[in-house]
Design a protein around this ligand. Structure first.
Ligand code: AHR
Length: 502
């Protein structure tokens, strides 16, 4: 049997894991809000119209932060439309997704939902069609205690206590021609800087994310980050990264290697941040907010049909990717990549959360179920807390179309504050199981508490409402841990979580 080795030491670490790397995203898009989290006629709806069955699934997923309300949507959004009496809120055309936005769910409702779902709001302001003044007003509305125009309006609208939203996005994907109010790097950097100053003057405790490129395939990538940060470095805390992968060529081996590309992307953006810091003689390092990541391609053709049939509808079934088993493996490797960069990646949002390129699917009036990609995020959020370790890994490799020497075993490990260690590993080998031989002698007495395996014989297997457990985690066949030496079999094509406890 092929073998991979892993050596870990408790002093050999990457850094503390910010739990917000297990975040997600709800945009006013498709059936994410209407028919996803909100469906007042649903049998499980609570008094606010939110589906309790969806809230339960989100709580189980354990996402510490949820980005809202967009995405592309935010670049044409007036936040004032979403507050005040619901029956007086305007219906607007959403030019991002050719939909009608009814504003039935707005800022107050989403804050209530986030509380019920046990998560925090990461709020994006509109720097596309609007400006820094609107951005500072919404901070005042949400976070100022009272005694000013906007904060008093919040109180009048029913929320005596400030929402205390800590994390704010300065617009969304402002480099993209599809974005309302697209800007050059200089224009955006200047606008973001002025918005950031004003927002922090209103509430100095907030943290701000500046828009990086909408992907590293954009022609302006690199130059965008450098120029934009040259304008706003001093006043922002994070730069955003977005990346979606697809398996359009239907080559599983190539597809599973895409996390190598993610790794390169992260390292490049770190280098650019540090280059701007050097130029500016800044000691303070910027961190990364990977606030959109996922697989996204299955629904592309279907979306064209949806728009052909009905433009300007409400809650159109858009971006409803049905995820298969190989998608879950890549998502597992993407999470492993974030853990490997835990020192600089402090926020990451699986885009998105419900129905729209999402781990959670619903049927209007019907059930809720977990897609394949639900499981790696759930496991990582549950067990990948504490400190990211820097294991020394030696794995057999393969070559694929974009990369040479892709490790067949993609793995990392975390050390929790109670001394337990969790190994996360993807076996990318399409034919063979691989024996993982891990040296854990530095951690004292540990025992194998659990080996969770996500595997299916068919890489294209999916979960549906009728068959929700088709791709779901099972117990592994066990391994041995003797004198700090772990031997455990990673099944061919599998996501593994090996929990070692005191
Ligand atoms: O997540 C879907 C869309 O992808 C978002 O609205 C946008 O920011 C990105 O292009």
């Amino acid at each position: 049997m092929k073998k991979a080795t892993m050596i870990m030491d408790k002093d050999f670490t990457i850094g503390r894991i910010d739990k917000r790397i297990y975040g997600s995203f709800i945009e006013h898009l498709g059936r994410a809000v209407y028919g996803g989290i909100y469906e007042p006629d649903h049998p499980t709806a609570d008094k606010n119209g939110f589906r309790q069955d969806v809230i339960d699934m989100v709580r189980k997923l354990n996402v510490p932060v949820v980005r809202y309300p967009g995405g592309n949507f935010v670049s044409g959004f007036n936040w004032e439309d979403s507050v005040g009496p619901r029956d007086q809120r305007p219906k607007r055309l959403d030019l991002a997704w050719f939909t009608t936005e009814t504003n039935e769910v707005g800022l107050h409702e989403f804050v209530d939902w986030a509380k019920a779902a046990n998560t925090q709001v990461m709020y994006a302001v509109n720097l596309g069609s609007r400006n820094p003044d609107d951005a500072r007003n919404v901070v005042e509305y949400a976070n100022h205690k009272g005694g000013s125009y906007w904060s008093d309006m919040r109180i009048k609208n029913g929320a005596k206590d400030p929402f205390d939203i800590k994390l704010w996005c300065l617009g969304n994907e402002m480099d993209g021609p599809w974005q309302m109010g697209q800007k050059t790097a200089y224009e955006y950097g200047r606008t973001a800087n002025e918005a950031a100053k004003m927002m922090k003057w209103v509430d100095p405790t907030i943290e701000l994310v500046a828009c990086g490129s909408s992907s590293h395939e954009m022609p302006t990538y690199g130059a965008w980050e450098y120029e934009m940060l040259s304008q706003c470095y001093e006043n922002v805390d994070y730069v955003s990264l977005h990346r979606y992968y697809g398996n359009q060529t239907n080559q599983t081996a190539d597809f599973l290697a895409r996390s190598m590309d993610l790794d390169d992307f992260i390292m490049e953006v770190i280098s650019i941040c540090d280059a701007v810091a050097a130029k500016k003689h800044q000691k303070r390092k910027l961190n990364l907010s990977f606030d959109e990541w996922n697989v996204w391609y299955h629904s592309n053709e279907q979306d064209k049909e949806v728009w052909k049939q009905e433009k300007w509808g409400r809650a159109l079934p858009l971006l409803e990717d049905v995820y298969n088993f190989e998608d879950a493996l890549l998502c597992g490797s993407m999470l492993i990549t974030f853990l490997r960069h835990a020192d600089r990646v402090k926020v990451a949002c699986l885009a998105q959360l419900v129905n729209v390129i999402a781990p959670i699917m619903t049927r209007n009036g019907g059930g809720v179920w977990a897609q394949t990609i639900y499981w790696p995020l759930m496991h990582a959020s549950a067990y990948g807390r504490g400190t990211a370790l820097r294991p020394l890994i030696s794995s057999p490799v393969y070559d694929c179309s974009d990369y040479e020497k892709v490790p067949l075993v993609d793995a990392t490990a975390t050390l929790a504050d109670d001394g337990s260690v969790t190994i996360f590993a993807v076996n990318r080998d399409m034919q063979e199981d691989i024996l993982l031989d891990a040296d854990l002698r530095a951690f004292g007495d540990l025992r194998i508490a659990e080996h969770i395996v996500l595997h299916h014989d068919d890489v294209k297997a999916v979960n549906t409402e009728a068959n929700p457990d088709n791709v779901s985690p099972k117990a592994g066949n066990g391994g041995t841990l003797d004198g700090g030496k772990l031997e455990i079999k990673l099944p061919s094509l599998s996501w593994n979580v090996i929990r070692l406890v005191k």
